[in-house]
Design a protein. Structure first.
Length: 335
């Protein structure tokens, strides 16, 4: 009863924003529900004269609901199928992830970026956009404004990729297999990968959508080692600064463990799509709801004023990933 009293108003507000954002995302998938939710949340918060009754529920949604979304995401990961079909793309995936993280680190030093911004843009660019940011943000204790900024940066280059890549792939003479690998490794968010691959299929009468989606899902598995490494690093750094001993139990992101367990359950029991699809849909909706909360906690004026460096970092990561993806295909003889 106390939970409803403390959090009910904020949860209902986030839900009220999430529903139209979800529908808009379905209508305009190249933009996606999470971006609509952040934008609507930032606008609504400007109109809230008394935010205090909503604060607890908004904070609960931006933290706990976001973690629950990552857990449910695991039910869409049949590890056997993904690794069997996606192993050909592993060298390209590993190369592009390493490229993005290295570029983000270099620019973090060169531009004096905030640490969390550099991590979120680097991870979001290299792994799977909003889902990777959703998984990483609680581990590094990123603020809602840092999450909103990173999601906005990733969104910008997702849209550009979805619009440009089908034409670019044709100009470069990519095969259907080559474009599937290119889209799956060089575009961040699933909706934008789907949009680009669907456009390619429409132009060439092919069926690259399935291969691009499998490559994208293989990339998503990198959430597991990345979040665990960041958790250990952050835990050691925090304990060192406080003069204490490192505690793995205290630093371990248990919601990532539940994500892994959900993936294992799906794999071991070979759960059919009829069972896993509702969980995947719920995961996507909860991410939209969490992004509504993050938008409500974000100052849009400050976000625009401080956005230059993260956008430049996102552009460099995106360009680096694209070039490495094409280069690795050429080296491997897939082009």
């Amino acid at each position: 009863m106390n939970f409803i009293k403390n959090n009910g108003a904020g949860l209902l507000l986030c839900l009220a924003i999430a529903v139209p954002s979800w529908l808009l995302g379905q209508a305009v998938p190249v933009i996606g529900g999470p971006v609509f939710a952040i934008l609507i949340g930032m606008i609504v918060t400007l109109a809230l004269t008394k935010k205090e009754p909503f604060t607890a529920g908004i904070n609960y949604t931006s933290k706990k609901i976001l973690q629950a979304a990552v857990v449910f995401l695991g039910f869409g990961m049949n590890l056997t199928e993904i690794l069997a079909k996606g192993k050909q793309s592993l060298p390209i995936i590993i190369s592009t992830i390493a490229t993005s993280l290295i570029i983000a680190y270099i620019l973090f030093k060169a531009l004096k970026l905030r640490t969390n911004n550099a991590i979120l843009v680097g991870v979001g660019s290299s792994i799977c956009g909003g889902s990777a940011i959703a998984a990483t943000a609680p581990v590094i204790k990123a603020s809602d404004e840092e999450v909103a900024q990173s999601i906005s940066v990733i969104f910008l280059f997702n849209v550009l990729a979805a619009l440009i890549f089908p034409t670019l792939g044709g100009m470069l003479g990519l095969s259907n297999e080559g474009f599937g690998l290119f889209a799956g490794t060089a575009i961040n968010d699933t909706s934008s990968v789907t949009a680009a691959a669907t456009a390619w299929d429409g132009i060439h009468g092919s069926n690259t959508l399935e291969s691009a989606a499998i490559v994208k899902m293989t990339r998503t598995l990198a959430i597991i080692p990345i979040t665990l490494v960041l958790a250990i690093y952050r835990g050691k750094k925090a304990d060192k600064s406080q003069g204490g001993d490192f505690s793995l139990k205290k630093s371990f992101p248990f919601f990532v463990l539940f994500f892994v367990l959900a993936s294992v359950v799906t794999t071991v029991f070979q759960l059919p799509d009829a069972v896993t699809d509702p969980f995947k849909t719920l995961s996507k909706f909860l991410i939209v709801m969490a992004m509504a909360a993050i938008g409500l906690n974000t100052n849009i004026v400050k976000l625009i004023r401080t956005g230059g460096k993260p956008i430049f970092t996102g552009f460099c990561c995106w360009l680096g990933i694209s070039l490495v993806s094409l280069g690795m295909q050429h080296i491997l003889g897939i082009w």
